[in-house]
Design a protein around this ligand. Structure first.
Ligand SMILES: O=C(O)CCC(=O)C(=O)O
Ligand SMILES: [Fe+2]
Length: 345
């Protein structure tokens, strides 16, 4: 088991590690897991090459998978590794320092749940249902308006801004190809993906000796139009034909997944893919996720759903999480069968 810096963990993640039996068990299953990983050589995830984008392959991946791997994505590797280094440094600070660090900044620090309010506070969560994750939530359009006193945090901010610009460009390129395939009008395609809505989540999944009974992040679909993930360790799984599949770690590639807004925009032709993250028994996992949404106030017109804005959707998700404990998502907005036949009725 690797060295852990328990002080840096939010207190809810510290309890596991005091149990020597669990630690011994984790050592044993470490061997099992390694054997399993060796067996899974084949990575079935479709690949989209940004240097020669093939529209048919892209559409097929959107319909069949709702997720694909991006290669030749053009994001400078030095930028990615600098951002990873800074993230690790910040997460290694004590729990209290991380809380203090983000105070009076647009960045928020959260743990135990990925479900946040629009201002970045955690939505309440029952202690039995903790997700083994902590993160920084970063609204990109607010980054340039503040300067952090802490030098590491300030260079983190500058790296995020730069990374955000690259990812916004990437998302726009891919979305425009999708818009072309879906015959969206220029106005629609402008309204349905707005770079100004982009935000980044930087996550650390603490080491977890109870990884068989806990989720790093429980199964969900993203509410975004598109999400683009950089992971430093395996653990991301997606649901495909009712089976969970691991997405392997392949260096210098990114994983793009479609969110609920994209599914609605495409009239359900493209899939908002269900996914989850397994925690790791032997080490910490870090990931950086970029999310992008429709322009503020733009109404999504779809033959399958009642017209709604992303704000309507978000408000409904928040309410469902508060009252039911989980997100219902697109089904809340779906026409029922008779309405769908004649939306005017
Ligand atoms: O950290 C990951 O690998 C995935 C995170 C994720 O699914 C999310 O933030 O919605
Ligand atoms: Fe997600």
């Amino acid at each position: 088991m690797s060295e852990m810096n328990l002080e840096s963990y939010p207190p809810v993640f510290r309890r596991q590690n005091t149990n020597p039996e669990a630690q011994a068990q984790a050592q044993i299953s470490c061997l099992d897991d390694n054997a399993k990983e060796l067996n899974q050589e084949f990575d079935p995830i479709p690949v989209v090459d940004l240097q020669c984008l093939n529209l048919d392959e892209l559409v097929e991946a959107c319909k069949q998978w709702g997720l694909f791997r991006l290669v030749n994505h053009g994001v400078p590797l030095t930028l990615v590794s600098q951002l990873e280094d800074h993230s690790k440094k910040l997460f290694s600070l004590s729990f209290e320092s991380k809380q203090a660090l983000v105070a009076s900044s647009p960045v928020s620090y959260f743990w135990g749940t990925p479900a946040l309010t629009p201002s970045g506070d955690s939505l309440s969560r029952s202690p039995q249902n903790i997700n083994w994750v902590e993160g920084f939530n970063v609204p990109l359009n607010q980054l340039s308006q503040f300067e952090a006193e802490d030098p590491t945090f300030d260079s983190f901010r500058l790296l995020l801004e730069e990374y955000g610009r690259h990812l916004a460009g990437l998302a726009t390129t891919i979305f425009q190809a999708m818009a072309k395939a879906l015959n969206l009008s220029p106005d629609q395609s402008k309204a349905y993906l707005s770079e100004s809505t982009g935000f980044i989540r930087v996550y650390r999944y603490p080491q977890c000796s109870m990884a068989d009974e806990t989720w790093g992040m429980e199964a969900h679909t993203d509410s975004s139009v598109l999400s683009i993930l950089n992971q430093d360790l395996g653990g991301f799984e997606l649901l495909k034909d009712d089976k969970w599949l691991q997405v392997q770690l392949i260096p210098d590639t990114l994983i793009l997944n479609l969110g609920d807004m994209m599914q609605a925009i495409s009239d359900d032709e493209y899939k908002s893919v269900k996914h989850r993250v397994k925690p790791n028994k032997h080490g910490e996992r870090y990931s950086i996720c970029y999310f992008v949404f429709p322009a503020e106030g733009s109404v999504i017109q779809s033959s399958k759903y009642k017209p709604f804005t992303y704000s309507d959707f978000q408000a409904q998700v928040q309410q469902d999480i508060k009252t039911l404990g989980s997100k219902i998502g697109l089904d809340r907005f779906r026409f029922n069968q008779t309405e769908a036949d004649d939306p005017a009725s």
